[in-house]
Write a protein of this length. Structure first.
Length: 200
């Protein structure tokens, strides 16, 4: 029994690393086996069904990238590793939501904040560079990443961009992120700005 479990897990990992049809099949199996686990994590911790769907696809994208890039070292099961990623994604979103709910109380103080013109110019220049970098991506890639950075769900992205399913949108986002990482090697100083743009 244990040997069969290890063999099954190895096959999933191999599929994710191989890409293409093998990756799609591995992802379907992972979703079939562990979707409910991720949904329970979110819905039992103040989240809605929509929140759970977003966390499911975002954490799955991260899991696939980690397997491809060798960050998953097989020191735990895929399900345990995925659960840890999903937990981090949801808690980060939850903290952000709590901060946003308290934003109105902070606005009065922010209106009196003194703006440093030199710092503002530096930030503006960095934003222009980020826009130029994103402009080097294919139009659909740029659209998908910007929508994801604005926290649209995978279902919403699929609908807006014209994909048939949320799974297609997730696969596209994964490939576009890899493409963006390649461009970042030429502009490493922009990592901070992009992290702010795409943080959950």
């Amino acid at each position: 029994m244990i040997k069969r479990l290890f063999a099954s897990e190895s096959a999933l990992i191999k599929g994710l690393r191989q890409g293409g049809v093998a990756e799609d099949q591995a992802i379907k199996k992972l979703l079939s086996k562990h979707r409910d686990m991720i949904f329970r994590l979110v819905t039992q911790k103040q989240g809605s069904e929509e929140d759970a769907a977003d966390v499911l696809y975002e954490s799955l994208t991260t899991l696939v990238l980690h397997v491809r890039e060798g960050k998953f070292r097989e020191e735990s099961s895929l399900s345990t590793y995925w659960y840890a990623i999903a937990k981090g994604v949801w808690y980060k979103r939850l903290r952000k939501r709590i901060r946003e709910e308290n934003l109105e109380d902070q606005l009065a103080f922010e209106e009196d904040e003194v703006i440093d013109p030199e710092k503002a110019l530096e930030d503006q220049e960095a934003r222009f560079k980020v826009q130029a970098l994103l402009g080097r991506l294919r139009p659909k890639c740029r659209e998908v990443l910007l929508l994801w950075g604005q926290h649209y769900s995978m279902d919403e992205i699929a609908q807006k961009v014209g994909f048939k399913t949320a799974q297609n949108a997730m696969n596209k986002k994964s490939k576009c992120l890899s493409e963006l990482k390649g461009l970042l090697k030429q502009e490493p100083e922009l990592r901070g700005q992009l992290r702010l743009l795409f943080q959950a």
